[in-house]
Design a protein around this ligand. Sequence first.
Ligand SMILES: Nc1ncnc2c1ncn2[C@@H]1O[C@H](COP(=O)(O)OP(=O)(O)OP(=O)(O)O)[C@@H](O)[C@H]1O
Ligand SMILES: Nc1ncnc2c1ncn2[C@@H]1O[C@H](COP(=O)(O)OP(=O)(O)OP(=O)(O)O)[C@@H](O)[C@H]1O
Ligand SMILES: [Mg+2]
Ligand SMILES: [Mg+2]
Lengths: 260, 260
Amino acid sequence: MGHVTAVINQKGGVGKTTTAVSLAAWMAHLGRRVLLVDIDPQGNATSGLGIDRRDLPYCVYDALIGRRSLAEVTVATRWERLRVAPSTLNLAGLEVELAAATQDAGWRERRLREVLDSGRETFDIALIDGPPSLGLLTVNALAASDGVVIPVQTEYYALEGLSQLLNTLQFVQRRLNPALDLDGVALTMHDHRTNLARQVAAEVRAFFGRRAFESIVPRNVKLGEAPSFGEPITTYAPDSPGSVAYREMARELLHRVGLG
Amino acid sequence: MGHVTAVINQKGGVGKTTTAVSLAAWMAHLGRRVLLVDIDPQGNATSGLGIDRRDLPYCVYDALIGRRSLAEVTVATRWERLRVAPSTLNLAGLEVELAAATQDAGWRERRLREVLDSGRETFDIALIDGPPSLGLLTVNALAASDGVVIPVQTEYYALEGLSQLLNTLQFVQRRLNPALDLDGVALTMHDHRTNLARQVAAEVRAFFGRRAFESIVPRNVKLGEAPSFGEPITTYAPDSPGSVAYREMARELLHRVGLG
Ligand SMILES: Nc1ncnc2c1ncn2[C@@H]1O[C@H](COP(=O)(O)OP(=O)(O)OP(=O)(O)O)[C@@H](O)[C@H]1O
Ligand SMILES: Nc1ncnc2c1ncn2[C@@H]1O[C@H](COP(=O)(O)OP(=O)(O)OP(=O)(O)O)[C@@H](O)[C@H]1O
Ligand SMILES: [Mg+2]
Ligand SMILES: [Mg+2]
């Protein structure tokens, strides 16, 4: 049975996609069967792995509305053991489309859980890349997951949004998914030269303790360049500081979820 | 009649809030009566100006559901001529709450327009800070505005999202607000030392031409520090490179909308 981890934070631009894609690529490189699930209508994780959304016959949306199975929407990438359930724009309409559903409470929120549960034996770990919101798509990701990774950019506004995020996690744990755990907090885009970054990092560590990953991801232009070539950092610049930080974080995450 | 500009981009973390708050503060400093409208449930623009959301009796949400007027929800700041229509968390529920409305098509999308039209003579320019999505709140902002400012971080993913944003603008111009114009494209968090940033900036300028502001906002830690003190850059670090860039952009924007 594969482990499912959601990479979530409603604050925009904190490194959710970069973290999901980099961890997925490193875990595949380290020998695990990895599924990356892109439920952000922007589709950055999909294009970040070189997949052209216009070429796709199906995507996650088709599985969420029950028209296709997980196996039918999943595509291979150029990297061994790394597969993607890609996103397209029609995901953006899901929230309003499902709002009218007359099924019982919780039906809408469990669409992704049903999709992923049908294929749990096909992967060792699945990572879900979420949109910058706390709407239905994010709640679906949380209801479908065993654990959550929260990327936090070491900036003030990213810190401010954490309490809202933790409230949402508790809501999902109470109502939809009691087993949901915090797999880790990832400090991202860290510029060790600024007081602001060091202060925010210290506050996050003080609050989350050992749940914060040891590995801190530095600001590193290679991480920004990689997606423009449709490659993860593992092949674009494998020895760059950003890549090495994500390799260490991937090892920590695998260890925490019992795949180490 | 005041001019209304929406600061919009569904890509997360591109500098929407920093741009809205900095331009608003500079335009007030330059003698205009400015209203900052925060329709992002995260409420970063509200806290970035030192307003504690817990102290607020009313907010934009109350005006959007018709319970309070714009005048009742608007609060003064410590800075002359700068007023805010603040956001709180209950904005997050608006999309689903209004989804059930039985009024005719376009009613849901024009809530903010009706609110702002009722107070147009009380400001020279209003800036709307939007959330990182293309949902109902963002469509409301576009339907209520005379123009749009699009902040674009000089990074690859920010470039990728532009076509989706432009499609949404055209949809709103056709169906809800034919007068909606592009007031400007703001290049933000620009690190002139990296090829990536220079390439993205060149592509944005090639595509948008003179609609891109001359002034480019450099990456400047002072802009990240200011909100942690609840101050705009105009008082936190008025002579910093980030502040000066936003002062020049404010002048350009005022000129473009006929308030120069
Ligand atoms: N450590 C890093 N160093 C430099 N650039 C980075 C780093 N991590 C991410 N980036 C860049 O910063 C931007 C924001 O990151 P990313 O898109 O992964 O965030 P996100 O949280 O997924 O955003 P959204 O909220 O839009 O989904 C991207 O352009 C990305 O390439
Ligand atoms: N020019 C700059 N230099 C350095 N830091 C900046 C700059 N502009 C913005 N920031 C910081 O980058 C982060 C993202 O900016 P901001 O929150 O304004 O983006 P946003 O588009 O409003 O995000 P969201 O999509 O979550 O609404 C913030 O922590 C902000 O303080
Ligand atoms: Mg993302
Ligand atoms: Mg913002």
